[in-house]
Ligand binder design. Structure first.
Ligand code: ZN
Length: 262
């Protein structure tokens, strides 16, 4: 294998963002369709497209190659993932391709019930299980890492009047960075915003976004997602490219045990 594979040394002039959504609830539940008439993916796309340096496309499960043929994934800098009812319908082959792209530097933002997607579980390597309750209760998303770029422009906390409770214990590996911790009216707490790095790729999980509440219409939620897209962009050299280094390329002469000089 040859070494030295690198991503573009300079940041792209335009960030290429793909929003993947299973697009099931919006077509089956009129209450969800009322909140997101064109789907959650399109609501997120309309919001992110307001950034002049973002090039945004959407992808859904029912499209060819489940919305993510290689030419799309290979030309995506940051992938957003929303799934819930159809996790099992996502092909293992696609999951592996997404994993490989993340290891090679693509950013990944996993939203809400995407915590239980094959993609997230594969990249985390843990159960990603949690406890939950749907009671329309208040959530406060507390900023616990105020210097972090994902929190730029966010006050002490984000108030969500009606939310689905997600509670601890959350079966994730210890995050690289904890960004948000949520409090719920019923008393639970939850690590609602966290980051990891896998290979060269940055991953952000953000839990608010239950489909029957208009959470992705909230300006602060939109701000966090926009910040996260910028934060998750590819960072440069690919880690862990296997490369054999022959003795002729050693930086110094090597004296092996027994006195052999290479
Ligand atoms: Zn939910």
């Amino acid at each position: 294998m040859s070494g030295g594979t690198t991503l573009s040394a300079t940041m792209p002039a335009s960030f290429r963002i793909t929003i993947w959504n299973e697009f099931v609830h919006e077509r089956q539940n009129p209450a969800v369709a009322e909140i997101y008439p064109k789907g959650i993916h399109q609501a997120l796309a309309d919001m992110l497209s307001l950034q002049s340096d973002f090039t945004v496309r959407t992808a859904t499960l029912d499209e060819p190659d489940q919305g993510l043929p290689p030419e799309v994934l290979d030309n995506t800098d940051v992938l957003l993932w929303w799934g819930h009812a159809a996790h099992d319908a996502v092909s293992d082959e696609l999951v592996t391709r997404v994993q490989q792209r993340v290891l090679a530097g693509m950013g990944l933002i996993v939203l809400h019930s995407g915590h239980f997607s094959k993609v997230f579980k594969k990249l985390m390597g843990t159960t990603c299980a949690l406890c939950w309750r749907e009671a329309g209760e208040r959530e406060r998303v507390w900023k616990v890492n105020p210097g972090h770029p994902i929190t730029a422009g966010i006050g002490d906390c984000i108030e969500i009047e009606q939310s689905e409770m997600y509670g601890e214990p959350f079966g994730i590996p210890t995050p690289d960075e904890l960004i948000f911790v949520s409090w719920f009216q019923g008393g639970e707490v939850f690590r609602s915003g966290a980051t990891w790095t896998r290979g060269s790729g940055r991953i952000f999980y953000f839990s608010p976004g239950h489909e029957v509440y208009p959470i992705y219409h909230l300006p602060d939620i939109q701000r966090v997602i926009t910040n996260a897209v910028r934060w998750a962009q590819p960072q440069g050299e690919v880690a862990n490219v296997p490369r054999h280094v022959p003795v002729e390329q050693a930086r110094e002469k090597i004296v092996a045990r027994g006195g052999t000089v290479h």
